[in-house]
Design a binder for this molecule. Structure first.
Ligand code: SF4
Ligand code: SF4
Length: 375
């Protein structure tokens, strides 16, 4: 085992290979507050990449309702239970990662789902905590809660799938950090399926190899966003390149959200993979639950998000989410508009920070008719 630095944990940790960061790292931010669980992302991915034989059960992108939804069944709670105490002290992780908890003779602490665990992709959908008294669903704030968690492969900096593969079939592309399975080398041992804590590698029984999200790299090579981003109805997603905290650029959308504003947080950072998909946490769920999922920065992130309307740069950047199929590597605010730029500073897209609202008069005087049905 090598010693590597994991900035999400605030400390060094053990990993199977020495630290070898790519030249650039694919990353993303999902704003959980905007997801409506329409599953358009899931279907966009399914119809693009996993409609073949042996891929029927695969959902490289899935959206589950927390706290009771999981795909596969219990993917997170099972590992959390195996991992034991996960304490943070002053922003530093004080517990053990899945690499540091690996049983003797194994590289990663993990478990392999059975067939039945993949049988209920919509389990728990729209189930909220506790019971809702008659009529209480019409009151705000809701006394009970749930939220939708959209998930793809995190293209981790320290991928557990890669560490566990005895064939060396999994690799991170040096140009963008996207994690891929070499189909020619893979022999279907499924150590990656067992090791990935997010359960985002899937075994294909028809080909005898493991398959996973490829972050739509053929699209990204043309400057376009992956399918699940381009088709997101709720416009909850922004993708690009994420830097290490010390290299953060305030004009890079992901660096701004993750490192400057700290409004977006990694998913289960305590596992130790330094995942590269970040989440703006949901406002309605209890902090203690969110801290287990997103780490110790939750309360600060929520405060910042709640005050976004007073921060035109943050507000403007949130309006850029999902407004174009092109990847936005840089951004700049110009008064009341937010401008998405390419690497060279040329304009890709421009959006108003505040959408103008027009109120139509009920009476259309020119035609002498009522133009709305609520005069
Ligand atoms: S999320 Fe899982 S499959 Fe994706 S890179 Fe990380 S460990 Fe590998
Ligand atoms: S398409 Fe967007 S809004 Fe719809 S479920 Fe997926 S992430 Fe959520």
């Amino acid at each position: 085992m090598a010693r590597v630095y994991n900035w999400q944990l605030g400390r060094d940790m053990s990993y199977w290979y020495p630290e070898a960061r790519p030249k650039a790292q694919f990353g993303a931010v999902f704003d959980v507050n905007k997801c409506i669980a329409c599953q358009t992302c899931t279907l966009a991915c399914k119809t693009t990449w996993t409609s073949g034989k042996g891929q029927e059960y695969m959902l490289w992108n899935n959206v589950e309702t927390k706290p009771y939804g999981y795909y596969p069944l219990g993917w997170d709670v099972k590992l959390l239970d195996m991992l034991g105490a996960q304490d943070w002290k002053n922003g530093k992780y004080d517990g053990r990662t899945i690499f540091e908890s690996a049983p003797a003779g194994q590289r990663v602490l993990g478990w392999r789902p059975g067939q039945n665990d993949y049988a209920y992709p919509n389990v728990g959908e729209d189930d909220c905590t506790g019971s809702v008294d008659k009529g209480a669903h019409m009151t705000l704030p809701h006394m009970n809660w749930f939220f939708y968690l959209a998930r793809i492969c995190n293209h981790c900096t320290y991928p557990a799938c890669l560490a566990a593969c005895p064939r060396g079939s999994i690799y991170k592309r040096p140009e963008d950090g996207i994690v891929l399975v070499d189909q020619g080398r893979c022999r279907g041992y499924q150590e990656c399926v067992k090791a990935c804590p997010y359960k985002k590698v899937f075994f294909n029984p028809m080909t005898g190899t493991s398959e996973k999200c490829i972050a739509c790299y053929p699209k990204q090579e043309k400057g376009m966003t992956p399918q699940c981003f381009a088709n997101c109805i709720g416009k909850i997603r922004m993708c690009g390149r994420i830097s290490r905290p010390e290299d953060a650029r305030p004009d890079n959308p992901l660096d701004f959200l993750v490192h400057v504003k700290k409004v977006a947080l990694p998913l289960f950072p305590q596992f130790g993979l330094e995942p590269n998909v970040y989440y703006v946490p949901p406002l309605q769920a209890p902090a203690v639950f969110l801290q287990q999922i997103f780490g110790p920065g939750v309360e600060e992130a929520l405060k910042t998000y709640l005050n976004a309307s007073k921060d035109p740069d943050l507000m403007g950047l949130l309006t850029l989410f999902g407004c174009t199929e092109q990847i936005i590597p840089r951004f700049r605010r110009e008064k009341d508009e937010m401008v998405g730029l390419d690497e060279k500073g040329s304009e890709l897209i421009r959006v108003p920070i505040q959408e103008p609202a027009y109120i139509r008069q009920a009476l259309d005087a020119a035609r002498g008719v009522l133009s709305t049905n609520i005069p």
